[in-house]
Design a protein around this ligand. Structure first.
Ligand SMILES: Nc1ncnc2c1ncn2[C@@H]1O[C@H](COP(=O)(O)OP(=O)(O)OP(=O)(O)O)[C@@H](O)[C@H]1O
Ligand SMILES: [Mg+2]
Length: 329
């Protein structure tokens, strides 16, 4: 048995937040984020809530885990009433964003009487890897704003993006306001110089900036509301996954994003292993025990659940239900 016990369990935490609506799982690669998101979604659906389990990750794994094709549209999960799952089509989103940006640039080039082809600008703007991440983030907030479910569980927290968004949003607001002001001045100037008292021209770029700023503001309000939003961080009792979530948690505190807690995954149940076991296993158990001490020191009251290493990978609804039972024990 391990000494560390959650002082507030996952179950108690979720019960204390009846308005909880946006649930995220973050952590280092391969630690079990998808599995925990799946298990949490199953547990919440079993409580009778209408739940969407959504993946904004370009490399999807929900269909594999659920043993069911959920790519491209919101699909009812077989065997779990109230639960839908959805792998967003990344390529489609990116193409649409490119098109949208191209139209804006074309308009702007014409407006500013600059010679050049929009394509060149679009290529350089969308080559940036952050572009894909942003497109996924936009997808996520579209789902949130659509508001068709009681709870949204997102597989793979857009950690860097959430941090950037919130860190940048005040700077961004300043910047957009400044842009809006100078565009307004330019328009007034144009109007004064023209002979005909034409009505103010339509300005799609200004519209776009305004809409974007408002969307970001709305997203920020939702994502920083501790009654609605919780980010959970998954770690293993190992050095690197611990270091990764330590950093995430610090960022999140800095930006006022609500941290729901820490899930420790893949702990070998020492009580199941005899002293005569393979040295390899005994060494791993010893190593994990050391890191459990570090987890207790670092995260203490934030630990919500400690999940054992299963005998196989976690696939299919039956295993997810078993995981849900442990996560919400
Ligand atoms: N407690 C566990 N016991 C045994 N296997 C587990 C456990 N938790 C997760 N797994 C398995 O470990 C693998 C990684 O899990 P998962 O895909 O959820 O990680 P991830 O953090 O989402 O990875 P990625 O960063 O690639 O998205 C999967 O094969 C999963 O079935
Ligand atoms: Mg995953």
């Amino acid at each position: 048995m391990n000494a560390l016990q959650p002082s507030i369990t996952m179950k108690q935490f979720v019960e204390s937040k009846p308005g909880l609506k946006y649930v995220f799982f973050g952590g280092k690669g391969g630690v079990g984020k998808t599995v925990m998101a799946g298990a949490a979604a199953v547990a919440l659906a079993q409580q009778g809530k209408r739940v969407l389990l959504a993946s904004t990750n370009p490399v999807h794994s929900l269909s594999g885990m659920l043993n069911q094709d959920v790519f491209g549209k919101e699909t009812p999960v077989e065997g779990v009433p109230n639960l839908w799952a959805y792998e967003i089509d990344t390529r489609d989103t990116i193409e649409r964003s490119k098109q949208e940006i191209k139209e804006k640039i074309e308009w702007f080039l014409k407006y500013a009487e600059i010679k050049g082809r929009a394509d060149e600008f679009v290529e350089s703007a969308t080559m940036n890897p952050a572009f894909e991440e942003s497109a996924m983030f936009e997808n996520m907030i579209d789902l949130m704003f659509a508001d068709e479910y009681e709870v949204y569980v997102f597989d793979t927290a857009p950690t860097a993006n959430a941090r950037r968004l919130l860190g940048m949003s005040s700077v961004y607001s300043l910047w957009v306001n400044k842009m809006l002001q100078s565009r307004k001045e330019a328009q007034e100037m144009k109007l004064r110089l023209s002979f005909s008292k034409k009505k103010e021209e339509e300005d799609p770029l200004m519209d776009y900036l305004l809409k974007f700023r408002d969307r970001m503001e709305r997203a920020k309000v939702l994502l920083t509301d501790p009654e609605k939003t919780a980010f959970f961080f998954v770690t293993l009792p190992e050095a690197l996954p611990i270091a990764v979530i330590k950093r995430f948690i610090n960022w999140f505190h800095e930006f006022g994003i609500p941290v729901g807690g820490v899930i420790v995954n893949m702990l070998i149940d020492a009580s199941e292993v005899s002293d005569q076991a393979d040295e390899f296993i005994l060494n791993r158990i010893k190593m994990q025990a050391e890191y459990m001490k570090e987890i207790e020191e670092e995260f203490g009251d934030m630990v919500r659940a400690i999940i054992p290493l299963f005998e196989t990978e976690v696939r299919g609804i039956e295993m997810l239900k078993r995981m849900a039972g442990l996560l919400f024990a």
